[in-house]
Design a protein around this ligand. Sequence first.
Ligand SMILES: NC(=O)C1=CN([C@@H]2O[C@H](COP(=O)(O)OP(=O)(O)OC[C@H]3O[C@@H](n4cnc5c(N)ncnc54)[C@H](OP(=O)(O)O)[C@@H]3O)[C@@H](O)[C@H]2O)C=CC1
Ligand SMILES: O=C(O)[C@@H]1CCC=N1
Length: 274
Amino acid sequence: MFQKIAFIGAGSMAEAIISGMIQKDYCKPEQIVVTNKSNQNRLKYLQDKYKITISQDKEQVMKGAEIIVLTMKPADIVNGINDIKPYLKEEQLIISVLAGISTDFIAKQTGKDIAVIRAMPNTSAMIGQSATAITPGVFTSKEQLGKAKSLLKAIGMTTIVNEDDMHAITALAGSGPAFYYYMVEAMEIAAEEAGISEETAKALITQTFVGVAEMLKVTDNHPAELRKKITSPGGTTQAGLEILEQSNFQRVIVESIKAATERSNQLGKKLQEK
Ligand SMILES: NC(=O)C1=CN([C@@H]2O[C@H](COP(=O)(O)OP(=O)(O)OC[C@H]3O[C@@H](n4cnc5c(N)ncnc54)[C@H](OP(=O)(O)O)[C@@H]3O)[C@@H](O)[C@H]2O)C=CC1
Ligand SMILES: O=C(O)[C@@H]1CCC=N1
């Protein structure tokens, strides 16, 4: 465990992780300190909602924190690290959730032989349901990796991966929820066009989604098998699937994952070229 954890960045991802940690009782709110660039109202909101400590004084934020979680946008990483660099100590552990940014790049920016762990959670961390991939940097010990893993377990399932796979994983699991939400939005539009009340549609669409997720989790069947069990010849499902096939739905999804993977790649490269 740790006495103090510091979040550098106070946006959606920081809140999702903090909310998950507090809900799971992983640590006490007073062990968490959050800072950001300038948005005081946002810090105040987090303090009121989660009873955590907030501060714009980077020295205070960093002092005594065993774990530093980087939760700013990739484009803000250089400034973000420069701001905390004077107070950073080699025994501190950095966990970065930044898309596209390598553990090497972060360690170099700090100018220290410091342990960096790259993690890719998603916003379902908010309710303890993240799917988080983790990869250790060169200066990371097994013990530090274990520490990060147990922390990130408080916000959902974790898996350790090779850093080379992180771009594709960022697309699948980091951005992934947005792609599923987009599908749900389409279902809601269809329900509205069919004249179904919003309340009824939400209840049915959500439970259908939860049921699908649970089936995928508990059965060994391939999704194609599960799909075939629903598709009666000449039935309703077949009629719907034909439209999806005609519009090359699966290929569109594959291409969107590839585009997100490529963007993750570019985010890292852009900074390295500077
Ligand atoms: N959102 C998501 O679903 C996921 C996001 N990520 C990654 O998480 C990171 C954060 O994303 P998200 O939470 O959506 O972003 P937000 O824009 O919501 O939050 C970014 C935060 O960073 C702060 N910040 C900017 N510059 C600095 C600085 N120099 N020092 C300290 N704080 C700074 C901002 O402060 P201020 O408001 O004051 O400018 C803001 O609080 C990204 O790198 C993203 O790749 C990873 C997985 C999923
Ligand atoms: O869109 C983004 O860049 C971030 C990274 C993964 C999810 N959201």
